[in-house]
Design a binder for this molecule. Sequence first.
Ligand code: FUL
Length: 470
Amino acid sequence: MTPEWIKQAAQVQPTERQLAVQEMEFYAFIHYTVNTYTGEEWGTGKEEPSIFNPTQFDPDQWVDVCKSAGMKGLILTCKHHDGFCLWPSRYTEHTIRNSPWKNGEGDMVREVAEACRRGGLRFGVYLSPWDRHEPSYGDSPQYNTFFLNQLRELLTNYGDVFCVWFDGACGEGPNGKRQAYDWDAYYALIRELQPNAAISVCGPDIRWCGNEAGHCRTSEWNVVPASLRDNEKIQENSQQADNREFAKRYNSSEDDLGSRDIIRNEQELVWYPAEVNTSIRPGWFYHAEEDDQVKTLDELLHVYYGSVGGNATFLLNLPPDPRGLIHENDAARMKQLGEKLRTIFQTNLASDASVNASESAQDHDASLVLDGNKDTYWAPEEGTEQAIVDIDLQTKKTFSHVVLQEYRYNQRIERFELEYKEGSNWKPLFSGTVVGHKRICRFQPVTSQHLRLKIQQSRWFPTLAAFEIY
Ligand code: FUL
């Protein structure tokens, strides 16, 4: 008998806006501001807007680079910590309006949003809460009004946005300005103006994976304690940190955020999926001296398999250079990555296989894992936590990847093994823990006609939507 608390955990569900981001899988971060011209990572806010002057700005090139790697969206740093706005905000003079670019008449946010729409990428905005230029920063109510005004501009003038990315960073230090962000007002405005947009990182929809180095968890859970989500709002430097009454029990950097041990005694669980964010170079902004430090294909694949193939999304930063272009080295690497992924995942060897399960509930027979439809799934009867799914490829085939996907509204599998048949013996191929949106299992190529998935532990009963072989 499944304990009640496990049954409940198994039924926590995502919102449509969370699913929309999870299903995008791989998308770009674009870090671009005055830092691109000063060589800094964190601007002071005292930079002259006149230094911002791209000569070959081409957002279509950015979009093409993203698409060449198979990305589905792009998030632009409309304003980073230096406060410089890539759109002509009415609420500050610290914008491209006072730069030489297009004689101050350009709107980069508009051009990027339009290039994304032309190219079929979804567009998202990054607006840094920490603002080192704005004089009202630290005067909490006044800055909150200013911030809401900027948010309103971004969310009304540039069409649909799929995500608003709030960065928690603040380097004010102990004697710096202390700003209490009115998160609830920010969230309410986003829900009002862009109800489909996910609020990421310092927000309730998408969780920061806890590092910027591309490290991925072996077991990434979508269902985690609610306190983890609520704690994301606390800033070390804000008054809220002192005033909040609840204990800071979990933070996003911990190894285990969703195992049975973690959730057993939790009052409230929420669906709060992880996003892995890292840069293709050491820095978030472009520095010419890093031109030969673009991540290698193997490094990028490693993060891709860990994130997209490990139930997280992958937000990879591509910093434009002072020309306003993504540098040739980065562009070449992205193309290489895309070609590699397309080659590996071109032909699903299981598409004309036959499949059997140890047990199937009514209307959820095993063939549904092969039908290419993510809305249908195989499931055993309620309460069956262990099961076997057998694949017969009809003839011997050579493969090195298995892709598993759970039904999008559930995450239940906790431990599984893949085995292949050699002669009359079953041999181990891969052992894994969670599956969730997608688990890509990679192994040395084997040749066989038969393989099977043994689900050794799951919550209540597993629901599997896809079983693909490459
Ligand atoms: C951090 C920022 O301080 C970095 O500059 C960068 O924007 C990164 C994505 O988030 O918190």
